[in-house]
Design a protein around this ligand. Structure first.
Ligand SMILES: Cc1cc2nc3c(=O)[nH]c(=O)nc-3n(C[C@H](O)[C@H](O)[C@H](O)COP(=O)(O)OP(=O)(O)OC[C@H]3O[C@@H](n4cnc5c(N)ncnc54)[C@H](O)[C@@H]3O)c2cc1C
Ligand code: SF4
Length: 488
């Protein structure tokens, strides 16, 4: 522990950021890593409290007190060793993780938590800029071949771990670029995409082969799921060529809103809207991009995806942006003694909300109306929640002008076509059935076929996908070799 009295002496330091009026003019990231001095002070605030709840709150179990101390001592090289020992891609989590570790920080009981996420980002950004992140090429090859289906954070983490264990790994991706939702979904202003390309180059040097534009399945996917594949391989063909397969295809089926008027033009899933802007930012030319410019935009769904639609609509130059949420407005502050060290339900205002947006809660959309086949307004009503049941408040119906409606109500399950093609068992929610413990950890009902990330656990977070990819890699390695030295 660097400084015994640091938590008493120093306030939490925040990353510098561009003001909303400036940042909405561009698509670049707008927060900047802590300076060395600020990171040192942030690290000094860690109490090394004996039982590091933060380490448990972090899904990849980052060894947080150790790297806090190393940053306080400005031993950045050792800090990245510690950070990389549990997390393949801290440049992702240091930017877009909601930081459940900070909710679990002991200092958070009666003060501001240590800014763990900002320290994580400072460590990895320095490591890349100093040239300390080098490929880890295995000394021995096992001769085993593994296919990873899907190139989101779960597939990438699994592929990197398996390649480092000496296996020959090929990642198949149906879209034209690697990254899953990191690439097509999460806006560039939250995560610039060269971060993915840089890791890809490291992984290629470690022996991973990437094959984009290849769909693994049999039946076509529904139009609500992005698919730019030119080639198709069946799971049977994959099984003939590889010793093991990791399914890491995400949970891509969007939740729909089947109310009258849903068929009108101008009503789209968030994932029809967001990836288009990712593509344009990458230099692609789109014939008919969905744009919010000059429109009254209504985003339905109050989560992360909805917030990303708000930020993107404001950058397009929307006339107004409104976000509706079906659930009641959560409290401004959590009752810390009651909920600590768990992730609290409280009002969260994202950087996109700060850029301009009306938010409203307890609102149910009843129907859409329009003219000449185009949406013009939505009719909604207020709802009350009693004993977990939703009831419409009588006489509360109202209408709202809407030229563009974005449905961001989450994802229900993986593409059924993919799961059917592999003939794996599903759980009650339609995800791939596979446990995380014991001899058959991450193993599906089909021999040699494993599953990790959203395809197994349902819609979740990048950090959980990395955890599952790492643990699944260990399970595959042990299955093929009889034992594994990969970390769990
Ligand atoms: C708009 C949006 C914003 C988000 N923001 C955040 C955030 O800020 N922080 C956070 O932690 N999480 C966020 N999430 C959630 C996070 O992105 C996901 O939990 C995470 O990406 C899941 O990783 P994954 O590897 O399991 O799947 P995915 O990232 O979904 O990747 C799956 C990949 O598999 C490919 N694939 C699927 N089927 C096949 C097939 N049959 N053949 C070939 N390829 C296939 C898909 O094309 C896709 O590229 C966000 C999600 C969305 C939609
Ligand atoms: S990965 Fe997320 S939970 Fe873990 S230390 Fe980083 S910010 Fe915290």
């Amino acid at each position: 522990m660097g400084k015994a009295t640091g938590f008493l002496e120093y306030e939490r330091r925040h990353e510098a950021y561009e003001l909303p009026l400036e940042r909405v003019k561009h698509w670049k990231e707008f927060t900047h890593a802590l300076t060395d001095e600020d990171a040192k002070i942030q690290g000094a605030r860690c109490m090394d409290c004996g039982i590091p709840f933060c380490n448990n709150g972090c899904p990849v179990n980052n060894i947080i007190p150790d790297f806090n101390d190393l940053v306080f001592r400005q031993d950045w090289k050792q800090a990245i060793e510690v950070l990389h020992s549990t997390n393949n891609f801290p440049e992702l989590t240091g930017r877009i993780c909601p930081a459940p570790c900070e909710a679990a920080c002991t200092l958070n009981i009666n003060s501001d938590a240590v800014g763990i996420k900002s320290i994580e980002r400072a460590i990895i950004d320095k490591a890349w800029s100093e040239g300390w992140v080098a490929p880890q090429v295995p000394k021995l090859k096992t001769g085993k071949k593994i296919a990873v289906v899907g190139s989101g954070p779960a597939g990438l983490a699994a592929a990197q771990q398996l390649a480092r264990a000496g296996h020959e790994v090929t990642v198949f991706e149906k879209n034209d670029r690697i990254g899953g939702l990191l690439r097509y979904g999460i806006p560039d202003f939250k995560l610039e995409k060269w971060q993915i390309d840089r890791r890809m180059r490291q992984m290629e040097a470690e022996g991973v082969t990437f094959r984009t534009g290849v769909f693994i399945g049999k039946e076509p996917l529904p139009p609500s799921i992005n698919n730019a594949a030119k080639d198709t391989l069946s799971p049977d063909e994959l099984r003939e060529q590889f010793d093991a397969i990791v399914m890491a295809g995400g949970a891509e089926t969007p939740r729909d809103l089947p109310v009258p008027g849903r068929e009108l033009a101008g009503i789209h899933f968030a994932m029809e809207f967001l990836p288009q802007q990712n593509r344009v930012n990458a230099g692609d030319k789109l014939a008919d991009q969905l744009l919010a410019k000059g429109k009254h935009v209504v985003v339905i769904g109050g989560g992360d995806t909805g917030s990303d639609c708000v930020g993107t609509s404001n950058r397009h130059g929307a006339k107004s942006v409104t976000q509706f949420e079906l659930l009641a407005q959560p409290p401004q502050e959590e009752n810390k003694p009651l909920v600590w060290p768990y992730w609290p339900i409280k009002l969260r205002t994202s950087s996109s909300h700060e850029e301009g947006c009306e938010r409203d809660w307890s609102v149910a959309t009843k129907r859409f109306e329009g003219r000449r086949g185009k949406v013009e307004k939505l009719i909604a009503a207020r709802v009350e929640w009693r004993d977990g049941k939703m009831q419409e408040v009588p006489g509360s119906e109202f209408e709202m002008k809407a030229d563009l409606v974005l449905l961001a109500m989450g994802f229900t399950q993986p593409a059924a076509a993919m799961l059917n093609a592999f003939a794996v068992d599903k759980d009650q929610r339609g995800n791939v059935r596979a446990g995380t413990d014991g001899e058959r950890a991450y193993h599906t009902s089909v021999d040699n076929v494993f599953a990790a990330g959203d395809v197994r656990r349902g819609q979740s977070l990048v950090v959980w996908a990395i955890r599952e990819g790492r643990q699944c890699a260990r399970a595959v390695d042990a299955f093929l070799m009889g034992a594994s030295e990969l970390p769990c």
